[in-house]
Ligand binder design. Structure first.
Ligand SMILES: O=c1ccn([C@@H]2O[C@H](COP(=O)(O)OP(=O)(O)O[C@H]3O[C@H](CO)[C@@H](O)[C@H](O)[C@H]3O)[C@@H](O)[C@H]2O)c(=O)[nH]1
Length: 506
């Protein structure tokens, strides 16, 4: 079957499903979107990923080395002199997110003149403007959500949606009543310093939150980086409650254990690493199997207070276990805090050989795939949570904001692979401050890395989940079947150009 589209410039024929990904250019959103694009391409589709030049340069090695039909559509976007969200001041981030809507015109023009025609737009939830883009192109739109099915289900309740929005807008603690469960969970938002927004930005976030809500409504389906066996009832329920197709295609990171990927590309997944990947692997080679803890708080979490960085370091030291600790430049005091900088240098000196500090971007995927790594301390970003599942590692959970608290619950209570670090909330003049003392860090690390019965059982459960994850993406597995069905479904869709009379033939 061939589908034809007439547009103002040309007439092209295609039998290929062509997914155009419009990700949010923020690591936690962009990385899984690119992985999903690679997965779809491995299943026979063409995938285009829309990015600005900075991100195109970062992604090119991984995309090109895959040898798969994934195109980077490079479009400029300038805000405050940069197109890189890492360099945009925190108080302008919301404005940046809203500014991405400026991409719509150039993108639509690009898609209209470049063959083959798009058959499906896959949009980050933060890009409500893609609704208009898809309808103007006459193609369906999928939303790509960087969260669990459980979290999606929670978002169905008006109460939670409102709470989530007010959290972003006002940075107040909020409460969420889980659907059909009489359990109240306190979901505090963020420590001071994180998403503390000036009044002008609050408005931008409110607008954004409203836009996200709209964007979730008018979709042909939702793509989730989870898999059926991980959240059996919830994947189905989340679709039924919302009356939308939910496609669980994860763990998308497992693509990188695929024959297509090279070590160098893997090291540079998402960003250029701040360490030499070979040296990092050699360091791990010198360690016992499953003995090293990997500590990372993702791409955007700030501890807020310098004392917290020091308490974390002292807790890791006291645990006695080898570790790799990824300290973001802001947390490492690279900008101003000399005390923190000095503390980290001393720590590195004292623990030389036992603790490896990476100040900047870590080759996370490469590290987690190494046999010497035995556990992760994580902020419970959904990607890191899924990456832990994919490689079968237990986790110390230390959520910092928003749905990370739900992800903690999934790891600790549902999967049984997590131990909470136990964040304490102290009242201060301008709100609550999250505090984790060194003793709590030490205890949680010993608990997942130790040899006691509970630790062994946790590791066994994590290994069993990883087996299920690999089965899900393997031929005949649930995610594999979903990817295949997606490619078939959107290859059969006939794009219609609404500005000209569509000419469609079979
Ligand atoms: O040094 C680093 C840091 C991160 N990563 C990768 O970057 C991604 C980080 O994603 P995630 O673990 O989800 O954390 P965030 O970057 O904090 O992600 C944001 O986006 C996620 C998806 O919406 C949300 O779940 C989080 O709460 C939100 O903070 C993962 O693929 C990591 O492997 C690296 O490779 N090296």
């Amino acid at each position: 079957m061939a589908c034809w589209r007439a547009n103002s410039d040309d007439v092209v024929a295609t039998t290929t499903a062509h997914f155009v990904f419009v990700p949010l250019m923020h690591h936690g959103h962009l990385i899984p979107a690119v992985d999903a694009a690679l997965q779809l391409a491995a299943h026979g589709a063409l995938a285009s990923v829309v990015v600005t030049p900075t991100y195109a340069a970062r992604l090119r090695p991984a995309v090109e080395s895959s040898g798969l039909p994934v195109r980077l559509v490079e479009l400029p976007l300038d805000l405050a002199g940069t197109d890189d969200v890492d360099r945009i001041p925190l108080d302008q981030e919301a404005a940046y997110l809203l500014a991405t809507s400026r991409l719509r015109g150039p993108l639509e023009r690009h898609l209209r003149v470049h063959a083959p025609p798009v058959t499906c737009v896959v949009s980050d939830i933060c890009h409500p403007w893609t609704t208009g883009l898809a309808s103007s192109l006459g193609v369906p739109r999928l939303s790509f959500l960087g969260m669990s099915a459980y979290c999606l289900l929670c978002l169905q309740t008006e109460h939670h949606a409102a709470a989530m929005h007010s959290a972003y807008a006002a940075a107040d603690p909020y409460w969420h009543l889980m659907p059909e469960e009489p359990v109240e969970v306190k979901l505090p938002t963020a420590p001071p310093g994180f998403m503390r927004l000036p009044a002008s930005e609050k408005l931008a976030y409110e607008k954004l939150a409203y836009a996200v809500e709209r964007a979730c409504v008018d979709v042909d389906g939702v793509l989730l980086n989870t898999f059926l066996e991980l959240e059996p009832g919830t994947v189905v329920d989340s679709g039924e409650v919302r009356s939308v197709n939910v496609w669980a295609v994860g763990p998308v990171s497992l693509f990188h254990q695929h024959e297509h990927q090279h070590v160098a590309a893997l090291a540079a997944r998402g960003n250029a690493p701040a360490v030499d990947a070979d040296e990092c692997l050699q360091w791990l080679d010198g360690k016992e199997p499953s003995s090293v803890l990997y500590v990372s708080f993702g791409s955007s979490v700030l501890h807020g207070r310098p004392e917290q960085v020091m308490e974390t370091g002292l807790g890791l030291e006291a645990s006695g276990h080898p570790f790799i600790w990824v300290v973001s430049p802001e947390n490492a005091g690279q900008d101003q805090d000399e005390e923190v900088r000095g503390f980290l240098e001393d720590l590195e000196g004292r623990l030389s050989g036992r603790g490896l500090l990476i100040k900047g971007w870590a080759p996370q995927q490469l590290i987690l795939s190494h046999a010497s790594v035995g556990g992760i301390m994580t902020h419970c970003g959904w990607n890191s949570t899924m990456e832990a599942v994919a490689v079968g590692l237990p986790v110390v959970t230390w959520p910092h904001m928003a749905h990370q608290f739900l992800n903690e619950m999934l790891s600790v209570q549902s999967m049984g692979t997590g131990v909470s670090v136990g964040v304490e909330w102290l009242k201060e003049e301008d709100g609550e401050v999250a505090v984790v003392e060194r003793g709590a860090v030490e205890k949680a690390v010993r608990s997942i890395m130790g040899g006691g019965d509970e630790a062994v059982e946790r590791r066994t459960r994590a290994a069993a989940l990883a087996t299920k994850a690999r089965e899900a993406v393997r031929e005949g597995g649930s995610a594999f079947i979903n990817l295949r069905r997606l490619v078939r479904r959107y290859q059969a869709v006939m794009p219609q150009d609404t500005s000209t009379s569509p000419q469609i033939r079979y």
